[in-house]
Write a protein that binds this ligand. Structure first.
Ligand code: BES
Ligand code: ZN
Ligand code: MN
Length: 504
């Protein structure tokens, strides 16, 4: 494996550390044993309290616990298990999402405990299999931590969680297995985005993808600089020009057993570090986060780790467009014109609008591969963060069918999205005097003009675009999200692939 100088730090990140921890955690459904270190008990804010609790509603209220969603009350046990009351809100409002978040609340309230139980007597109208899956997801996602570079981490991995709950006709093991596959997708995406830029170059991204492909059942093809030149990938090569690290286009391919139900193309922006290039970014805290500018590529790669084990029936092809964006004597410059694969010429009016450039080549490959639909995911515009904040990703596209499918996957995974209009009137802001298109829109609606740039390369293929600049990370733990990279999009894309059925 090639190593860059700052890898003298003794950590070999050829693999993804969070995966090992996930594989060592166990979730089971059954009776909570007396041996657990902490037991969570789900409590609604209305109706009856769980049986045998030993408290009246008034006692709980007096202790400041009214069992609203997201709240908890820890009753430390001395010599016995801690009891942790977990608020579920009103019984009529119980949902997959509430259960996912409730298990996350327990995993956090019992952060120093390894062996946990969670008792939920009543899952109201929620389907048992979905309830089990959501609870397992919530606990595993919330317990994630990126610790490989810390000598004295206090993090306690989740050893075992027992869910004591009604199971109806559900197959508990299958539900837990599906949850683990989905969490794996997110953990891979988080680990990659949390990794410092000096530890994770485009070359490393290719190596890690190869390893994951071997392990989780997908093919990986790596394209280096010379091949990218031969293939005419002017977008990716242009952005890479200022870097001492080679670019990589990493192509992932999943083929289901039997006849595929359709062919889905996923494109991920993989800017390993975005300095802005010659249009250099200032050194403010936001730009400290630019190691996560490969969050889109990380989400696609994460989703691929779940395709086989979640039984996806569609063929899925992924393009990870990886390079850093650096200023140097060899950098691409303002006013340069790049020729993307497919021949479109692009005038570079700002080297910090680089994500759309690297992705332009990938759209050409997706169209050549004859995919039924393209979904791209990118930390593309600061404007997405400004308009929708850190909780909601921007969704745009040219096709109501694909957009609708993304919205359904979003609802199923609680990775929230909000559709913005693809206002074609704004397209002229991208006009160039000397090339087919420019990479910079006007001062307003930056998320929309960025999507309009991509729309040019989608060329009418049904397409949806996720701008995850706002949702790629959080400053503090919150529900299923953990401080740092959120892995946003990995579970959503996996769910999307799972239900993918192209338009007739
Ligand atoms: N990677 C950034 C977008 C970004 C900003 C992601 C904040 C996450 C948090 C992207 O490459 C970028 O620099 N976009 C510019 C585009 C502009 C030059 C048209 C932006 O949003 O300012
Ligand atoms: Zn960027
Ligand atoms: Mn940029």
């Amino acid at each position: 494996m090639e190593r860059s100088p700052n890898k003298l730090i003794p950590h070999d990140l050829a693999t993804v550390p969070g995966l090992d921890e996930l594989e060592a955690s166990r979730v089971r459904v059954g009776q909570v044993s007396a041996e657990v270190e902490a037991i969570g008990i789900g409590v609604f804010s209305d109706g009856d309290l769980p049986s045998g609790l030993g408290f009246a509603r008034a006692d709980l209220e007096a202790a400041g616990f009214s069992a609203t969603e997201g709240t908890s009350l820890v009753l430390p046990g001395i010599g016995v298990a801690d009891q942790i009351l977990i608020g579920l809100g009103e019984r009529s409002g119980l949902s997959d999402r509430v259960l996912r978040d409730a298990a996350a609340t327990l995993a956090r309230a019992a952060a120093r405990r390894s062996v946990l139980g969670l008792r939920i007597d009543d899952i109201a109208g929620v389907e048992p299999a979905a309830a089990i899956q959501s609870l397992a997801e919530g606990a595993l996602l919330a317990r994630y931590r990126y610790t490989v570079l810390t000598a004295a981490s206090k993090h306690v991995p989740l050893g075992e969680l027992t869910l004591e709950m009604p199971t109806g006709e559900a197959d508990p093991e299958a539900a837990v297995a599906e949850a683990t596959v989905r969490v794996r997708a997110a953990v891979v995406a988080r680990d990659l985005a949390n990794t410092p830029p000096g530890h994770l170059t485009a070359v490393n991204m290719g190596e890690i993808a190869t390893e994951l492909g071997g392990r989780f059942g997908f093919e990986v093809e790596i394209y280096g600089k010379q091949q990218l030149i031969e293939l005419g990938c002017g977008g990716l090569l242009g952005v890479n020009q200022g870097s001492t690290e080679e670019p990589r286009m990493v192509v992932l391919r999943y083929r289901p057993e039997g006849t595929a139900t359709g062919k889905l193309g996923l494109i991920g922006k993989g800017i390993m570090y975005d300095s802005g290039g010659i249009s250099l970014k200032p050194s403010d805290p936001m730009h400290l986060l630019m190691k996560m500018d490969m969050g889109g590529a990380a989400a696609v790669l994460g989703a691929f780790t779940g395709l086989r084990d979640s039984g996806v029936q569609a063929e899925v092809i992924g393009w990870l467009m990886c390079t850093d964006n650096m200023p140097s004597g060899t950098s691409y410059k303002l006013g340069d014109v790049l020729t993307a694969r497919g021949g479109t010429t692009i005038e570079v009016k700002n080297t910090d609008a680089e994500g759309r450039l690297v992705m332009s080549d990938a759209f050409a490959f997706a169209n050549e591969a004859g995919v039924d639909a393209i979904v791209d995911i990118a930390t593309l515009t600061g404007a997405a963060l400004v308009s929708l904040g850190g909780h909601v990703a921007a969704l745009l596209g040219n096709d109501d069918g694909v957009i609708g499918a993304v919205r359904e996957a979003s609802a199923a995974t609680d990775e929230q999205v909000w559709q913005l209009p693809l206002v074609r009137k704004y397209r002229k802001q991208l006009d160039s005097d000397i090339a087919d298109i420019s990479n910079l829109g006007g001062p307003f609606a930056g998320t929309i003009t960025a999507a309009l740039f991509l729309d040019h390369f989608a060329q009418g293929t049904p397409w949806a675009h996720l701008d995850i600049a706002g949702t790629m990370q959080v400053d503090a733990d919150d529900s299923w999200r953990t401080k740092g990279a959120t892995g946003f999009g990995a579970r959503l894309l996996l769910d999307l692939a799972h239900n993918f059925a192209p338009n007739d």
